[in-house]
Design a protein around this ligand. Structure first.
Ligand code: GAL
Length: 663
């Protein structure tokens, strides 16, 4: 089977025994020299092993065009090394200095409405600007040459969170690069015209030079143009990553290169499943957004990151010790949450637990963002909690290097479907791709069943049951692949708005769900999206929102698992399941939410032969994750949980606690 992310992973360049790394972004240039010694002392006290250094230091490293001041960084590198702390050294290209934007304002990004993103914050650069690229690579070369042999250097950190603020740039540079990308993808303008369906609304192009990014238009821009612009924008940043990486690999071939992904929440512009092959090890940043599924979302993101990394250990580059500064209200973490959050990442494969940032800033936009060392200093509950976490990670050193154990259930996660299903001019603009996937994840956690969140390019065939929520984009090859796997005994579950379009966002004709219609044995003539506040009752006691479908059962061996009891589709099938040899293909036509899905799950898990690995009384109260022989039990509740039913486990799992034991 195809596995798109096959790559040789390399972990940090360091001697010594395997361990879980612990640390933070370190910004010594925000502080006077005398603070640095205190920093190293306190880092040692907390058990810090690694820092990400100089991420936003370009203006300090290159104060004027071509003139460098690296002396202070030499000193910091030496100090850290003397303190036994290793360095993930940034290439420092994330935030261009004022002299560069003054001299070359043509590197500034432009929004779809034509506004310039001015300097004054960070990441104000066009991914496709040749001028920016040239200056950035000059700095990378300088740093790589200077620190190639420094004993503290264990990894390179390319830029920072590529695309966090500047992914969609509609400038003339972007327009030029977009055309080059389109020529490569389509070869001829005729092929592009076909893919974009430009017979519609008189959009036919005669020449690639006529094409623009989807800038603010009079009405809905061409959907395939929008989709291709998303693909292109992800690729443009990936290209920047590769440019820095290739230079680093040329100068320091033995030092692994990474960059911090943002597998979290609604952050979808970068297709990380596609990026993963470009780095020596996968690194991720994650921040909790409060809400009823906040902790499940953290687990979901960590799980997906682990699967993007192909099951290999990955590096948690940033999370927060407590509050952040960028939400409308920034709440502090409750006792126990710091360690639980960190260890949930470890449970899903993180071999490094790092934070933004080491010392809480005194000035600037992030001065109210928590850090390992808060404004209050080392005499604080927060710092003591951080030091306890450092100790816990030292005890867990035997876990380092172990792989995630594959689950029986996979939740298919597809960036192309995410991008496409949420575009405008659709049956509803309320659909949230990731939320539907997260709802299934929560329902499985509630049922005590482990699941992997796995990209479409991953080893889908290894799972017994695959849940593919809103698998909207289904190219013929994917449809064939799923059908072959089901025929061989696999159990597929998919939902509303799946199988609808091909890779060009062209509808599969003959009735929905298009590419999956025959496999599912159903046919839908019309969608039935629901208005806000509308819901429909199903005859199994669950309630649907957001969407319904007018389903006709057409195939042999299709069983109706639930029918609509109310609404326009009353008496029609709402949930179906077609038996295909030893396998099956099920369809859920409405949004049931975690509670409704929990009611449905037993009818999907049973026939697939999937059962929870935990005693029934623990299901839902704890999350189970397995790495090698180590079981992680994560308390999902704010109460202690009795574990006596579980051999090998400690007797009690404290409120918000995490138990780790071999099994
Ligand atoms: C990340 C970023 C860090 C810091 C952090 C705050 O997006 O990489 O530099 O800004 O967020 O939560």
């Amino acid at each position: 089977m195809t596995q798109s992310n096959e790559t040789t992973r390399r972990w940090l360049r360091r001697a010594g025994s395997a361990r879980l790394e612990f640390g933070a972004d370190y910004n010594p240039d925000q502080w006077p020299r005398e603070v640095w010694d205190d920093d190293v002392r306190a880092m040692r006290e907390a058990g810090v092993t690694i820092v990400s250094l100089a991420i936003f230091s370009w203006a300090r490293l290159e104060p004027c065009d071509g003139e460098y001041d690296l002396g202070w960084l030499d000193e910091v590198m030496d100090l850290l090394h003397a303190g036994g702390i290793t360095v993930d050294l940034a290439t420092a290209t994330a935030s261009p200095p004022p002299w560069l934007t003054r001299k070359h304002p043509e590197i500034l990004p432009v929004t779809r409405t034509g506004e310039v993103l001015w300097p004054g914050a960070r990441q104000h650069w066009r991914p496709t600007s040749p001028v920016f690229r040239e200056h950035a690579l000059r700095l990378v070369e300088k740093l790589a040459t200077r620190y190639a042999d420094h004993p503290a250097l264990v990894a390179w950190h390319v830029n920072n969170e590529l695309g966090c603020h500047n992914v969609y740039d509609y400038s003339d540079d972007a327009a030029r690069a977009f055309r080059v990308w389109l020529r490569e993808r389509y070869g001829t303008v005729e092929a592009l015209n076909h893919a974009w369906g430009t017979a519609f609304w008189s959009q036919r192009y005669d020449d690639f030079e006529e094409i623009l990014p989807p800038r603010l238009a009079a009405s809905h821009p061409n959907p395939t143009q929008q989709l291709d612009f998303k693909r292109f924008s992800s690729d443009a940043l990936k290209d920047h990553l590769r440019a820095e990486r290739d230079l680093l690999r040329r100068i320091t071939p033995e030092v692994p290169v990474t960059t911090n992904f943002m597998v979290m929440g609604g952050m979808n512009p970068m297709n990380y499943a596609d990026w993963a092959a470009e780095v020596d090890f996968v690194a991720n940043d994650h921040y909790v957004v409060p809400g009823p599924q906040a902790r499940d979302e953290l687990s979901f993101s960590a799980n997906l990151t682990g699967n993007i990394a192909g099951g290999e250990p990955w590096f948690l580059m940033e999370h927060s010790t407590s509050a952040v500064n960028w939400q409308p209200v920034n709440v502090a973490k409750k006792p126990g949450e710091l360690a639980r959050d960190s260890l949930t990442h470890v449970a899903h494969g993180a071999d490094a637990v790092c934070f933004f940032q080491w010392r809480q800033s005194r000035a600037g936009a992030e001065k109210y963002h928590s850090a390992m060392l808060p404004h209050a200093g080392t005499d604080s509950d927060l710092f003591r909690g951080v030091a306890r976490l450092g100790e816990r990670l030292r005890e867990l050193a035997p876990i380092a290097g172990s792989r995630r154990r594959r689950a029986a259930v996979g939740i298919v996660f597809d960036w192309e479907s995410w991008w496409t299903a949420e575009q405008d001019s659709h049956p509803t603009d309320r659909l949230r791709y990731r939320q539907e996937a997260l709802d299934w994840y929560t329902a499985l956690l509630d049922a005590g069943v482990r699941a992997d969140v796995v990209p479409t390019g991953g080893p889908l065939e290894e799972y017994r049951l695959l849940v593919a929520p809103v698998l909207h984009v289904v190219p013929a090859a994917l449809a064939d692949r799923l059908a072959a796997w089901v025929a061989a005994g696999g159990h597929l579950v998919t939902t509303y708005f799946s199988g609808i379009v091909d890779e060009n966002d062209h509808v599969w004709l003959g009735g929905y769900p298009g590419a999956l219609r025959d496999l599912l044995g159903i046919r839908i003539e019309e969608f039935g999206p629901l208005l806000d506040g509308e819901s429909v009752a199903l005859d199994d006691g669950t309630t649907g929102t957001l969407w319904t479908d007018r389903i006709d059962v057409t195939g042999p061996d299709v069983e109706v698992l639930a029918r609509y009891r109310t609404g326009e589709q009353a008496d029609r099938a709402a949930v179906t399941r077609r038996r295909v040899g030893a396998g099956s293909a099920a369809y859920v036509s409405t949004r049931l939410g975690p509670d409704g899905l929990a009611g449905l799950l037993p009818r999907l898990l049973g026939p697939a032969g999937v059962a929870g690995e935990l005693p029934a009384e623990l299901a839902g109260r704890v999350e189970l994750a397995i790495r090698g022989d180590h079981w992680f039990l994560i308390n999902r509740t704010d109460q202690p949980v009795d574990l006596q039913a579980l051999p090998g486990a400690p007797e009690v799992l404290e409120a918000r606690g995490v138990a780790v034991f071999t099994n």
